[in-house]
Design a protein around this ligand. Structure first.
Ligand code: NI
Length: 169
């Protein structure tokens, strides 16, 4: 089922999500909804709290991004094991319709997470998939991409977003 994507400044987006204890039918259904919602919105990553479920789950599918090898993952209770390098990229966010912000991220990560079978897996992510992971990981911690820029850049992004919101209203 395609769910409604919550947009900034919804308070749930600023709240750290809770660890998943049991991977049951409900979690399976939620993950299915997350993929459907993400594809419907033409996104490449989605965090559970963006559809109102404050749980540590993200989905990623970089297939539409032709210049990187396709990475499709369900990550439950994800953790970063190591990180290196840096990369700048102009990111969008389904919770900030129309806004893009250039953010500096780590270029390469090793992460671990459970998949839907409950098995813990380790993944090496580099470049675009690593960027998407860090963006969604921020969501799970109650942080958004505007929290990753400072000063005038942050001010300008918030002003632009306010204008976009006003045009929509
Ligand atoms: Ni986002």
């Amino acid at each position: 089922m395609v769910r409604k994507i919550l947009t900034f400044p919804h308070p749930i987006l600023k709240t750290p999500t809770k660890e998943v204890d049991v991977i049951d039918k409900e979690i399976e259904g939620l993950v299915r909804d997350m993929f459907e919602t993400m594809y419907h919105a033409e996104g490449v990553g989605l965090a559970a709290n963006q559809i109102g479920e404050s749980l540590r789950i993200m989905v990623i599918d970089t297939t539409p991004k032709k210049e990187s090898p396709p990475v499709k993952l369900v990550l439950i209770n994800p953790e970063v094991l190591s990180k290196e390098g840096s990369i700048k990229y102009t990111e969008g966010c389904l919770s900030f319709p129309g806004l893009t912000v250039e953010v500096e991220r780590f270029r390469k990560l090793v992460v671990k997470a459970k998949d839907l079978t409950g098995e813990e897996k380790v993944y090496e992510l580099e470049g675009f998939p690593a960027i998407v992971f860090q963006h969604e990981m921020d969501h799970l911690m109650g942080i958004t991409f505007i929290d990753r820029v400072n000063g005038i850049k942050r001010r300008l992004a918030l002003d632009k977003y306010a204008k976009l919101q006003k045009q929509k209203a």
